[in-house]
Design a protein around this ligand. Structure first.
Ligand code: TRP
Ligand code: ZN
Length: 461
C-alpha cells in the first residue's frame, strides 16, 4: 500500500512493481557454487524431498524409474537445473504439467510451463530409465562413483558426486532432503536402503521394498543394496532397529566385526552424544567397492573393510558427515578427520592404551616423514588423502591434548548439538573450540592445522 503519493507517483510505483513481477522469475543458478566442482548442484531452490520409485531388472541391470522431487523456490524461477549422469529421460512434469527440458552432460535443465514464484513449493516428476553406470569423479578417480553393478548384485557408494548416476538431484551436501525409496525387484533379490523398512509387498515373482529415512540426508548418502542377502535383524543401540545385510558368500570371520555394531554406537554416544538417527545397520558386499562408505543409517562395506576399526569409522560418520553436512568439499576433514578420530577412540577403548599409542605414533611419524600438508582445502584430487584423514585425526588428538579430555569431549558434543541438520565449515569449528574451551587457540591451530608440516613433538618420536 502506498499512502500520501500523488496519482502520478502512485502509477509509476505500480508500473515499476509490475515490471519487477515479470522480471522476478529468472533461471536458477546452474551450480551450487562449490569451487571443487564448478558445475555441480544448482541454485534458486532448496530440495525438501526425493520420492524415488525404481523397478530394477537384475538380468540386464536396467532401471525404470520415477523421481518426484519436492522443492521450494528461493526466487522466482523461469527454469532450474538438476544433476543427472547418463540414463534416458522420458518426460518431466512440474506441478503436474509437462515441462520442457534439455540435457548437456550432467546438467539437466528444466523449463516449467509457468514460472515458479518465490517461496512456492513445487513438484518435479522425472520419468527415466536405462542402465546406470558409475559417474567419473576427480576426487576418487578409477571407475567413478555411484551405482555399481557387481556379480552378486547392485551397490551404491556415491561420494562425492555419484548420486546423479541413479537419480536426478541437487547433488551436493549443502542441500539435504527427506527421501523415500520404493524399489521393485524379482525374487530372490532383497533391497536394502537408508532408514526404516516401512513396507514390503509380495507380488508373486517380484517384491517391492519401501524404505524411509526419518532425517534429511545429502544425496550422496543415499544408497541401495540389491542382492540375495542374508538379513540379520536385531534390536540395536537404545532399542532402535539394527539390520545387517550380508552377501551370502561371507564367512563367519568376515561377519564377526558387525556383531559389535551396537557396542560401537553405544561407545560413540558416550563420546559424541546421542546417536542422531532412528535406525542403524550395514550393507556388506563380497565385492571390491573401493572402500566403505558412511551412507546414512546403513553404511556400505566392500571387500576388505570388515574390521571393527573401519566399522567404527563409518559409524562415527553418522555424527560427522551425515548429521552434520560439509558446506563445501574443501572442508572434508570435518568429516574424515573426525570419523578417523572416532575410530581411534574405539581402538583406545576396545584394544587398549598400548594399541592406541602405537597407532598415534605411527600416524605422527608418517605425517612428519611424508610432510603431509594441512587438512583444510586440500584440492579436489586430495579430498580423500592423508591430509584429510590422517592429519585431520592428528589435529583432534592434539586438540584433546591441548584442552584436556573434559573440554575436548564438551567441544565435540556441543558441536554436534549446534550443527546437526546443518552445514559446517572450518572457521566455524575453530571459533567453536575457542568458545567452549575459553582459550585462545590461534597459535595452536596455526601449527597443528595450518602449518605446511605438523610441528615436532618429542613424545611421539
Ligand atoms: N568416505 C569414505 C570413508 O569412509 C571413503 C570414500 C569416498 C568412498 N568415496 C568413496 C568409498 C566411494 C567407496 C566409494 O572413508
Ligand atoms: Zn570416512
Amino acid at each position: 500500500m502506498h499512502f500520501n503519493l500523488s496519482i502520478a507517483a502512485g502509477l509509476a510505483t505500480l508500473a515499476l512493481s509490475l515490471t519487477f513481477a515479470n522480471d522476478e522469475a529468472r533461471p536458477g543458478a546452474d551450480s551450487i557454487g562449490d569451487p571443487y566442482y564448478p558445475k555441480l548442484g544448482a541454485g534458486g531452490y532448496d530440495t525438501e524431498r526425493y520420492d524415488l520409485a525404481l523397478t530394477v531388472d537384475m538380468e540386464t541391470g536396467s532401471i525404470d524409474a520415477v523421481a518426484t522431487i519436492t522443492a521450494r523456490a528461493l526466487h522466482g524461477l523461469s527454469s532450474f537445473n538438476l544433476d543427472l549422469y547418463g540414463l534416458e529421460v522420458a518426460g518431466i512434469e512440474v506441478n503436474g504439467k509437462a515441462a520442457k527440458f534439455t540435457r548437456d552432460g550432467r546438467e539437466l535443465d528444466v523449463v516449467p510451463k509457468k514460472p515458479i514464484r518465490e517461496g512456492k513449493e513445487f513438484d518435479v516428476r522425472v520419468a527415466y530409465s536405462g542402465v546406470p553406470t558409475p559417474a567419473p569423479d576427480p576426487s576418487v578417480g578409477g571407475t567413478g562413483v555411484g551405482w555399481m553393478r557387481k556379480d552378486s548384485g547392485i551397490f551404491v557408494s556415491s561420494e562425492c558426486i555419484g548420486a546423479a548416476s541413479w537419480f536426478p538431484c541437487n547433488d551436493h551436501p549443502r542441500d539435504p532432503a527427506l527421501f523415500r525409496f520404493t524399489v521393485t525387484v524379482a525374487k530372490p533379490y532383497v533391497v536394502a536402503a537408508n532408514g526404516l523398512l516401512v513396507d514390503e509387498q509380495d507380488h508373486g515373482d517380484t517384491r517391492t521394498f519401501v524404505w524411509e529415512p526419518k532425517a534429511p540426508m545429502a544425496p550422496y548418502l543415499a544408497t541401495l543394496g540389491i542382492a540375495d542377502f542374508d538379513v540379520v535383524v536385531e534390536e540395536g543401540p537404545g532399542g532402535i532397529p539394527l539390520r545387517t545385510y550380508f552377501a551370502k558368500t561371507l564367512d563367519a570371520r568376515e561377519r564377526a566385526g558387525f556383531a559389535l555394531q551396537t557396542e560401537i554406537v553405544e561407545f560413540l554416544e558416550l563420546c559424541f552424544g546421542p546417536y542422531p538417527f532412528a535406525s542403524v545397520g550395514a550393507i556388506v558386499a563380497d565385492e571390491d567397492l573401493g572402500g566403505a562408505l558412511e551412507t546414512q543409517t546403513i553404511p556400505v562395506y566392500g571387500r576388505g573393510t570388515y574390521d571393527d576399526g573401519t566399522i567404527a569409522h563409518e559409524l562415527a560418520h553418522m555424527w560427522f558427515g551425515d548429521a552434520i553436512s560439509a558446506n563445501n568439499w574443501k572442508d572434508m576433514w570435518l568429516n574424515e578427520g573426525f570419523a578417523s578420530y572416532g575410530s581411534f577412540l574405539w581402538v583406545e577403548y576396545a584394544h587398549g592404551e598400548e594399541a592406541a599409542d602405537r597407532d598415534m605414533r605411527q600416524r605422527y611419524r608418517m605425517l612428519r616423514r611424508a610432510k603431509v600438508g594441512p587438512p583444510p582445502d586440500p584440492g579436489v584430487a586430495q579430498v580423500f588423502s592423508a591430509r584429510v584423514y590422517e592429519r585431520g585425526c592428528w589435529v583432534l588428538h592434539m586438540l584433546r591434548d591441548r584442552v584436556g579430555d573434559e573440554a575436548f569431549f564438551e567441544i565435540l558434543q556441543t558441536w554436534v548439538e549446534a550443527k546437526s541438520g546443518k552445514t559446517a565449515q572450518t572457521d566455524e569449528f575453530l571459533a567453536h573450540c575457542e568458545d567452549v574451551s575459553g582459550e585462545d587457540l590461534d597459535d595452536f591451530f596455526a601449527g597443528v592445522l595450518f602449518a605446511d608440516v605438523i610441528p615436532e613433538d618429542a613424545r611421539f618420536e
